[in-house]
Design a protein. Sequence first.
Length: 185
Amino acid sequence: MTPQDQAALDQLLLARSVKRGHFVLASGRTSPFYVDCRLTTMSAEGLVLIGRLGLEALRDKGWAPQGIGGLTMGADPVAYAIAAASVTRPPILDAFSVRKEAKAHGTGRRVEGNFASGHAVVVVEDVITTGGSALKAIEALKEEGAKVLGVLAVVDREEGGRATLEAAGFDVVALTTATKLGLKA
């Protein structure tokens, strides 16, 4: 990761996404800070930075997925940004979204977009806390026949999620951490 892009992403996250106060997280835990990553991942500058940094992180890890995606909605802009960045740095990588549950109409699919059984994929997250969302996406993808190479997150809150995912057999790469953002001592 280029130091300039890394610093720019961290600054953008701090300016747009980090909130301080008293928050109840999706995991039920309480926290003195909240990272609403969507305010960064859905911004024009954030999309460009995350696309470049995410693609570089995948390649540095040696992952060669056919697709990238995760549990909608937090993972969607992250996956789309990385897929878009791959157009100028082939091989091209397509994106998909994992629904929380299958649709009751239409094709009834739980995984939407550019995905087929047998594909090697990387699961993405905006923020990892406990790893629960990534594990739900992994379970759905494995049920559909995917080979999950690992998990890429924009922010690792460093609250056990990485360890949970690694204990389940999945490597984790984070573009930044709560410590790097100055949120933990």
